[in-house]
Design a protein around this ligand. Structure first.
Ligand SMILES: [Zn+2]
Length: 62
C-alpha cells in the first residue's frame, strides 16, 4: 500500500517504511529515523495536517 510520510511529504510503500506510529487511531508511516523523531516530538503537527487550515479550536482536543 502506498502511503505518505507526513513529515517529509514523500510517498513510500507501507511494507518498506522505516517505522510506523499510531496516533488517535490512525497509522502513520515514515521513511527514516529523522522523520520518526520529528513526528514523536509533535504528533499533532503532522497527524492533523488538514486541521492546520483552521487553527482556531485546535487546542480544544488536546
Ligand atoms: Zn520522511
Amino acid at each position: 500500500m502506498k502511503v505518505k510520510d507526513l513529515v517529509c511529504g514523500m510517498e513510500i510503500e507501507s511494507e518498506k517504511a522505516f517505522a510506523q506510529r499510531e496516533h488517535e487511531g490512525r497509522t502513520f508511516y515514515f521513511c527514516s529515523q529523522d522523520c520518526v523523531n520529528k513526528f514523536d516530538a509533535d504528533p499533532h503537527k503532522y497527524g492533523h495536517p488538514q486541521e492546520h487550515e483552521h487553527d482556531k479550536g485546535h487546542d480544544a482536543h488536546h
